[in-house]
Write a protein that binds this ligand. Structure first.
Ligand code: F6R
Length: 605
């Protein structure tokens, strides 16, 4: 993870670099730094802590330069100190480098370079890159050749941007970590992700593994690592900068929770027709999954919960399906063959664990699909097919709107898969489900308008632990409710299948452990019994269910959701739970958009 920004153009680069770093802070916020190129050579400024710390330090000693690179870090090698912050330079400070990824052979390279007299000032793997480049410069290579030669020596994953003293050029290379180029008349950008420069341009080129981009004042040259020219056409992104900003909200997370009616409308637009009961997923016509006899979902964290949601809908429809944690896949992947469909669910499309599972599935001959939010992401390029969830940029580290869009798109994709597995044109009459789906954005709107989440967060503030239970499709929602809660409040929270409570976790239940019970309309009477079992042991029960539901008669508190198809009710409940987590974290004054130790895009295994 980590975020990279680069800028080449007229006028000063520093404001653009700092804005870009702020826009990328969701990728890591342990330290930040910039390097700019001016008449006097390269000037580097870096600080541990958030971008604001860097800005404060620059205010005291302004930096100037038309060309610059910047970095915001999520630490892997070495603690978050000033020394370990990027950019890193060689000992002459003629080469500055920012890097995202892991250099697997850095220890070997560092030993060799040390033997040749190079002195290192940080614990990072990155620092070997400027020293390697310097080594080749010392051998009389030109800047570009030294850059290429150094990159060739790297093993592992990287997105790298390099500047040389005295040259208004940025050299960049990508292998396994994302890198995009932004193009706007006579200004050019380089970044880990599009929101970094979205306020300046919507014209982007997604680099592929093995690509090199040489960004100069009069244009960008794309080549492979050997220097052969390659064609990379710019694409227009349809995210507007407004969407990527916080607007009137205190936090991106709250904004993104409130964006769910819009993001879901975008997700389903043109893809469903409730009148005819038809689903039209671009690129997935009837028969796409002919011959498939089983489905495996691979994903991590919140995306895993969405994957579990998708997998359960398939299982309920009679299709053999399982959801697997991508980080466990390398050691416990069930067998696959050409009749197995493996679906990678990943908001960012860059999660290393998920990519590794996807690659393993492909190598073993499975058909693969990526369900993602990011056009051109690695997972999308590596899978046979991609289904976009169209949620728009999600900046808050805690995933919210992407979860609901993932779950909905997996529900729709599940219908296509089920029909194909059964050898039918479509699965029965889908009109009722699709009508409910069409109503969902309005239903979420009404949840958002009337939610008692803030009062409930206040009521149970300071509890010892928070439990979330659900059955069937309510189970992934319970898991997601607990993940969100622990992630942003730092309080202990656990999600359980309702029926599992009595098999052990009930021992933890006390009057100080509120239990949030999710009711989706399937075997609710059993979930109600499980909730009562907790209540009998003194735990307050908060029922997440429609008005008039039997659970409201016994519950200590109620989070209301509209009546909905049982395939979708859990997603309405999830919105309530997102709000509870948000308000609970706000009461505790947590840094909601950037929880400690986390980052949005986890590009290490
Ligand atoms: C939690 C969260 C993470 C991600 C996980 C996978 O709120 O956001 O658990 O869901 O790191 O990320 P993606 O979906 O990008 O593969």
């Amino acid at each position: 993870m980590c975020g990279i920004i680069g800028r080449v153009g007229d006028g000063d680069a520093i404001d653009t670099l700092l804005t870009g770093l702020e826009n990328l802070e969701y990728r890591g916020y342990d330290s930040a730094g910039v390097a700019v190129q001016n008449g006097a050579g390269i000037k580097v400024q870096k600080r541990s802590g958030k971008v604001q710390e860097l800005k404060n330090s620059i205010n005291g000693a302004p930096l100037e330069g038309r060309v610059g690179i910047g970095h915001t870090r999520w630490s892997t090698h070495g603690p978050p100190t000033d020394e370990n912050a990027h950019p890193h330079t060689d000992s002459t400070a003629d080469v500055a480098v920012v890097h995202n990824g892991i250099i697997e052979n850095y220890a070997t390279l560092k030993t060799q370079l040390r033997e040749q007299g190079h002195e290192f000032t940080s614990d990072t793997d990155t620092e070997v890159i400027p020293h390697l480049i310097q080594q080749y410069l010392d051998e009389d290579m030109e800047n570009e050749a030294a850059f290429r030669r150094a990159i060739e020596r790297l093993e592992g994953s990287y997105a790298v941007a390099v500047m040389f003293s005295g040259e208004h050029v940025i050299y960049a290379a990508r292998q396994g970590s994302p890198l995009v180029v932004g193009i706007e008349d006579d200004e050019f950008f380089l970044a880990s992700d599009v929101p970094a420069f979205l306020e300046y341009t919507d014209s982007v080129v997604y680099l592929e593994d093995g690509d090199v981009a040489i960004v100069e004042p009069d244009g960008v040259e794309f080549t492979d690592l050997d220097g052969n020219a390659i064609v990379r056409e710019p694409e227009t992104v349809d995210w507007d900068p407004e969407q990527a900003g916080k607007g009137e909200y205190d936090h991106f997370m709250l904004k993104e929770i409130y964006e769910q009616p819009t993001s879901l409308s975008q997700a389903i637009e043109g893809r469903i027709d409730p009148e005819t009961g038809s689903i039209d997923l671009d690129g997935f016509p009837a028969g796409t999954f002919e011959g498939v006899d089983s489905v495996q979902f691979v994903a991590c964290g919140t995306s895993y919960h969405a994957a579990l949601y998708g997998s359960l809908t398939l299982t309920q429809a009679g299709v053999q399906s399982t959801a697997l944690l991508a980080n466990e896949y390398s050691v416990s992947a069930p067998p696959v063959d050409e009749n197995t469909l493996v679906i990678a669910v990943t908001q960012s499309g860059e999660t290393a664990d998920t990519l590794s599972a996807l690659r393993k599935a492909s190598e073993n001959g499975a058909q693969t699909v990526t369900v993602t939010n990011v056009v051109g992401s690695t997972a999308s390029r590596e899978a046979d097919d991609t289904l976009l969830i169209r949620a728009g940029p999600e900046i808050g580290v805690a995933a919210t709107k992407t979860f609901s869009s993932q779950a909905v798109m997996l529900t729709l994709l599940g219908q296509r898969i089920t029909a194909d597995v059964r050898g039918e044109e479509s699965v029965g009459d889908l009109s009722p489900l699709l009508s409910d789906l069409e109503r969902m954005p309005d239903q979420i709107e009404s949840v958002l308008e009337r939610s008692a989440a803030r009062e409930i967060a206040e009521e149970y503030d300071g509890s010892q632990s928070y439990f979330f239970i659900g059955r069937g499709l309510g189970f992934p929602v319970a898991l997601e409710g607990a993940l969100k809660f622990k992630e942003i409040t730092y309080e202990h929270a656990e999600g359980f299948a309702s029926g599992e409570l009595k098999h052990g976790p009930l021992a933890l239940v006390t009057p100080d452990t509120p239990v949030f019970a999710v009711f989706t309309g399937v075997e609710d009477e059993k979930t109600l019994k499980n909730a009562e079992e907790a209540q009998t042991r003194g735990a307050p029960v908060i029922a997440v269910c429609p008005e008039g539901h039997p659970a409201t008669d016994i519950a200590d508190a109620h989070l209301e959701i509209p009546e909905a198809d049982s395939d979708l009710a859990g997603l309405l409940a999830n919105v309530q739970l997102q709000l509870v987590s948000y308000y609970a974290a706000d009461l505790l004054d947590r840094p909601i958009d950037k929880p400690r130790n986390l980052a949005k895009s986890v590009t290490v295994e």
